[in-house]
Design a protein around this ligand. Structure first.
Ligand code: AHR
Length: 320
């Protein structure tokens, strides 16, 4: 009995080596699973980013487990823990804020699940907690906004700027502000007189701009960390009887269709591009990570800048 079993086993091994016996193919057929914790649905940019990730996963044959954190870090942490419990192959997330990730990322590392960051970066002393970050250079976006303003502002005298910041503690809010201030300090006429968060949403952008307008009779420029807040602010400026794009110059970031419509109507002066269509590149990276291929710690997206004069020409080809 024992001998015949041993013979059978030997025959299978010889067959496998010779290629005449096939093992059940569940291992080869198993879809790669990718758990992704998204920031939320706070802006046009985010909606385009989510759509890009979902369609790219489908296209790449990756089983995407998607979670929407509604702009709350605790929800993202919960989602990451649930991906660990489900033993996904790779975890990805766009961190709502930069700090406070080490504990959960150590849990992912202990479970041997690689982590990829997209869109926003984190602050950590331990770089081994994630493989790579793919996204925009937010500091450079802030610099581009600052340069555009210095080069194109036509008025005389002091230039009073109000700033609508993104989510407090988020990488785009911290870095866009840093890049913008770094550039405008070259000309002492340009001063940020008020700065407050509008949490990257249209509603908050409108609300905070209303407060700015009540407090400051002399606003020359709005620097908004995203288009949604700028569009909300445009409504507030019009309601206050002023002309957005003329009485108040509007400098924004993202380059969503809504911003192009505002520029074509003469209500926004410039938008610095921040590309949300990261899905295909992200899925490619997920596959490479799973295959153990080495990747750079940072992969930056290429981006441009669109002044209002280019809006009508660019609009038909805009994808988000
Ligand atoms: O992290 C990217 C930023 O997040 C976009 O500029 C903004 O619109 C979004 O909500």
């Amino acid at each position: 009995m024992l001998k015949s079993r041993r013979n059978l086993l030997a025959a299978i091994v010889i067959g496998l080596v010779a290629g005449t016996v096939a093992l059940p193919s569940f291992a080869a057929d198993k879809k790669l699973t990718f758990g992704f914790a998204q920031v939320g649905a706070e802006s046009e940019w985010r909606t385009a980013n989510t759509a890009s990730i979902k369609s790219a996963a489908k296209e790449a044959g990756i089983d995407l487990k998607f979670s929407d954190a509604q702009q709350k870090q605790e929800n993202q942490i919960k989602a990451i823990r649930s991906f660990i419990a489900q033993k996904v192959d790779v975890i990805g997330f766009a961190p709502v804020v930069t700090t406070g990730w080490d504990t959960v990322l150590k849990e992912a590392k202990a479970a041997k699940i690689p982590v990829v960051l997209t869109d926003r970066s984190i602050e950590t002393k331990d770089d081994s907690l994630y493989v790579t970050t793919i996204g925009s250079d937010f500091t450079e976006e802030g610099r581009k906004a600052g340069h555009w303003l210095l080069d194109n502002y036509k008025g005389q005298g002091d230039v009073n700027i109000v700033e609508l910041q993104g989510t407090v503690g988020s990488a785009p809010a911290i870095e866009r502000q840093k890049g913008f201030l770094e550039v405008i300090k070259a000309d002492p006429r340009f001063k940020v007189i008020r700065s407050q968060t509008g949490d990257f949403t249209r509603a908050k952008g409108k609300e905070v701009m209303e407060a700015f307008l009540k407090a400051e009779p002399n606003i020359n420029v709005l620097f908004s960390h995203n288009d949604d807040m700028a569009i909300g602010a445009i409504q507030a400026i019009e309601a206050a009887g002023k002309k957005p794009g003329k009485d108040i110059i509007i400098v924004s970031v993202d380059g969503v269709k809504g911003a192009f419509e505002a520029m074509m109507a003469g209500k926004m002066n410039v938008t610095v591009e921040c590309n949300p269509l990261l899905g295909a590149q992200l899925m490619d990276i997920v596959k490479q990570v799973k295959a153990g291929k080495p990747l750079p710690k940072r992969i930056n997206t290429k981006e441009g800048i669109f002044p209002m004069e280019s809006a009508a020409k660019e609009f038909p080809s805009r994808k988000y």
